[in-house]
Design a protein around this ligand. Structure first.
Ligand SMILES: [Fe+2]
Ligand SMILES: [Fe+2]
Length: 179
């Protein structure tokens, strides 16, 4: 079993890097969309500040994956232009519903990303990719803390919005792994 996985390592590593780069790219765009709306919203001051902080962290995650793609010669997802628009739209639409809806979007996204990174961390076991594994573990911890921030500001992962966002994230992950 392990031998089979090892044989596929270069491909499986490329898929991991491609989908994670696309995900962090989408995350930055979601926060861009939220920030664009909440910047002007009255009473969203504190939530806006937290969103800016989380956005900066996603930008740092994205930069790390951009470097890894370049170092490993992995092409980025062909769907980045889609995540550019869809991420921004999701962020802006949820923020237009209010800062608690924006935070609910973050809770739902981070729930999926937490699971996603956790399964990749398991997938990388025994593949001699300890430094990449360390990156995923650190980023996973950041995403879990984003979820905590979003919950503190009234975000909830349940309900129609949460379900819609989780489904969207899962579809985006499936697509970005392959395309
Ligand atoms: Fe991230
Ligand atoms: Fe995050």
């Amino acid at each position: 079993m392990k031998g089979d996985i090892k044989g596929d390592a270069p491909d499986s590593i490329a898929r991991i890097l491609r989908v994670d780069h696309a995900g962090e790219y989408g995350a930055v765009r979601i926060y861009d969309g939220q920030a664009a709306v909440l910047r002007h919203a009255s009473g969203a001051g504190e939530a806006f500040a937290r969103i800016e902080e989380m956005r900066a962290e996603e930008a740092r995650h994205l930069a790390v994956f951009s470097d890894l793609l370049r170092e490993r010669g992995v092409r980025p997802s062909a769907l980045l232009p889609l995540w550019d628009v869809a991420g921004f739209a999701l962020g802006a639409m949820t923020a237009l519903m209010g800062s608690e809806a924006a935070m609910s979007c973050t809770v739902a996204v981070e729930e999926v990303i937490d699971e996603h990174y956790a399964s990749q961390i398991v997938e990388l076991e025994g593949l001699g990719e300890e430094s990449l594994r360390g990156v995923l573990e650190a980023f996973r911890a950041d995403e879990v803390s984003h979820r905590g921030v979003a919950e503190f500001y009234g975000g909830v992962g349940v309900g129609l919005l949460g379900g819609f966002v989780r489904l969207g994230c899962r579809v985006a992950i499936l697509l970005s792994t392959r395309l």
